[in-house]
Design a protein around this ligand. Structure first.
Ligand code: F0G
Length: 442
């Protein structure tokens, strides 16, 4: 079985060794895929192997990524694998969410239950393993907070130095706390994520520092396991649609690659549609599709869902490819819709960070516009844990969540209030039994 890097641009298709440190094609600057000459002839047998590994205690099998190693076979020296038993995330039925969005049933795959609380762990185990295989001493990334938290943890496990670039404002406090605790060198830049991304790309090209943003195709290999694991959990019954938030657009790109490979190899007989949901004022992919533009329509991103506050997403072409392969589409939702959907996900006893709630909000919008049929079998992927951004949640429930004004009134520092439709604020009571019972109505 051989693995190599291949440019995704149809008129280029340049290939390179899988040990190359290139992040983009040296000929045309296109994005790269890790590509394989798979030698899988009996998918049913491999499915049985995956199932059997769930009762094994070996480190590789305990990982919800490496358990599926036949489908990401770039690593041949398993002693170099860096794993914190990532993946293994549950699929929950969410009846209150289903009712809210207007579906008969809705499943949520909760990637926020990963070791560092986001889906990035799926990709970081393969990304840091590749860094280890290449003998890298320093890894780096730009991040809105989750990539950095995850990279910091995996680098710490591997004994590799981690350098992270984060915007100096608007990063969930839980995420910042993680990077500091995991010992990463944390650079807070005056500027937004897009600026951090530009700088880290330049630095990693000039110095011997391995870049672990999702432009690195080895990261996206691990994120394929989100789809593989989901299908295993559903006994390979393929849902009609998988809904995912869109930020830098690596995850949706990786979902597309997973689905295409599983289809081509005969694991599945139909492809679930990949539906990508962005925040209304951070929706460059949507703008690009609507404009039918061959180039990305960049935007100046603005959203309280800071994880996806990205106006110039690096992997947009892979996201477009995923939608083409699976007949998927992209849409956007408002800050109000995100906030309310998040509260409903909470009411199902599940919870998530704001970016994840774009999925449930997006499904509701698409059911209302009749794009999604109420009978459809839909899975939404929740990408991050509720505790990543506690400020947002507490502000919502205390009726004090504000977004940047939707009109340009920066001189006045104007803010728009988000309605706390499903507020469940704390109740202040005197330390007195009778007073408490009165408040409880008991
Ligand atoms: N949801 C969460 C919780 C995220 O942290 C991100 C991305 C996304 C969704 C979007 O995924 O970028 O693959 O389209 N966070 C990155 C970070 C950008 O730096 O942590 P994407």
């Amino acid at each position: 079985m051989s693995a190599y890097l291949k440019c995704i641009e149809k008129n280029c298709n340049k290939t390179m060794s899988s040990t190359s440190k290139a992040y983009v094609c040296p000929n045309c600057e296109g994005l790269l895929d890790v590509t394989y000459d798979f030698e899988i002839f009996d998918p049913e047998k491999i499915k049985q192997i995956f199932l059997k590994r769930r009762s094994s205690n070996s480190l590789l099998d305990l990982s919800g990524v490496w358990r599926y190693r036949e489908l990401l076979p770039f690593c041949t020296d398993f002693s170099k694998v860096v794993s914190i038993q990532e993946g293994n995330t549950p699929v929950y039925e969410a009846p209150r969410c289903a009712k809210y969005v207007g579906l008969k049933k809705l499943n949520l795959k909760h990637q926020g239950l990963n070791p560092t609380g986001s889906f990035k762990d799926n990709g970081m185990t393969t990304g840091v393993t590749q860094a280890n295989l290449l003998g890298s001493k320093i890894v780096a990334c730009a991040s809105t907070g989750n990539t950095s938290a995850s990279m910091a943890a995996y680098a710490a496990r591997a004994g590799i130095r981690a350098v992270i670039f984060i915007p100096d404002q608007q990063i969930g406090f839980g995420k910042l706390a993680q990077s500091l605790d995991y010992g990463a060198t944390t650079i807070q830049l005056e500027g937004d994520f897009d600026e951090s991304m530009r700088l880290v790309k330049e630095i990693t090209l000039e110095r011997d520092v391995y870049l672990l943003n999702s432009i690195n195709p080895f990261r996206l290999e691990g994120q394929k396991a989100i789809i593989i694991e989901l299908l295993c959990q559903q006994d390979w019954k393929v849902p009609d649609r998988i809904v995912v938030p869109g930020g830098n657009l690596g995850n949706s790109g990786s979902f597309g690659k997973a689905i295409k490979e599983l289809y081509d190899l005969g694991f599945i007989e139909k492809m679930p549609m990949v539906t990508i949901i962005q925040a209304q004022r951070a929706n460059p992919l949507y703008q690009t599709l609507i404009d039918r533009s061959p180039r990305l329509v960049k935007v100046e991103a603005q959203t309280l869902a800071t994880a996806i506050k990205i106006g110039n997403p690096v992997s947009w072409k892979k996201a477009v490819r995923a939608m083409e392969w699976t007949r998927g589409w992209c849409d956007f939702v408002s800050e109000q819709e995100i906030a309310d959907a998040k509260a409903i996900i909470g009411r199902d006893g599940i919870g998530c960070e704001p970016a994840s709630a774009t999925t449930v909000a997006g499904i509701r919008k698409l059911v209302q516009t009749k794009e999604i049929d109420p009978d459809e079998d839909v899975v939404a992927v929740l990408t991050g844990n509720l505790l990543k951004d506690p400020d947002y949640t507490v502000n919502y429930h205390q009726n004090s969540l504000y977004q940047e004004a939707t009109y340009r009134n920066e001189l006045l520092g104007k803010k728009d209030k988000i309605r706390s439709t499903f507020a469940n604020g704390p109740i202040k009571v005197r330390a007195d039994k009778e007073a408490i019972l009165k408040v409880l109505g008991l």
